[in-house]
Write a protein that binds this ligand. Sequence first.
Ligand SMILES: [Zn+2]
Ligand SMILES: [Zn+2]
Length: 275
Amino acid sequence: MSVAAQVDVVVAPVFGTNCCVVAAPGSGVRDCVVVDAGAGVADGVARVVEERRLRPRAVLATHGHADHTWDAAELCERYDVPMWMHAADVYRLDDPFGTLVSGAGAAAVSSALGRELAALGFAPEAYRAPKPVEGFETRGGSADLTFGAVTLRAVHAPGHTQGSTLYLLDPPGSDGGAAGRGGTGEDARTGGRTTTGAEADAATPDSAPSGIVLTGDVLFAGSIGRTDLPGGDDATMRATLSDVVARLDPGLAVVPGHGPTTTVERELATNPYLR
Ligand SMILES: [Zn+2]
Ligand SMILES: [Zn+2]
């Protein structure tokens, strides 16, 4: 009997950001939060909310880069909910391109984002900052956040940006319990359509996952987030990888900010940045 949070992934058409709709366990109308509302996910999120009879309580972000926050304003408005993210990245919401453009590599990323947005009909000048915004602090490295019946543990994981955050679903001690089941597997979605197959299977560790962690741009399957953008820092990222990521429960399924799902166990064994 599953008591875990349920995750639907809506893949953004821009930069392939994995937007996660995290629903409380139970039946009937359930609370949910939306994590990483990338550009173009709003309608896909709305379909999930409708089909699963969900009640959005907040929009969260793993960090303040525009490919994780672009549709936050629209979703906050549509559902009349606040945006939550680590306080250290809140400043980025007011200037999504300005906080990306600095240094050679960053300019390329920013213009690539601009081109991809434009090609898909998102005018960069049409960007709106979400409101209201709540910046949380992580004293001692983590904070438990509760939105109605949804509880997540926010774990500070700086290096890609100052405020980068991992979200643990069903943290021990929450109503959801630590015995996560299913979730990312059969429910993985691409562009609002349910998918099965290789990507979804990747979330399934050898035994049932002990829970799910959303890693944003800190940890990907086989890779890690870049540290050369403004606010990124290589030494800080190395500390995050050894002190935070390497200490995660190996039984956790991982939904990264981009690309296929994986597990902590698999990354500890095969990710070159964790060895
Ligand atoms: Zn990023
Ligand atoms: Zn990203």
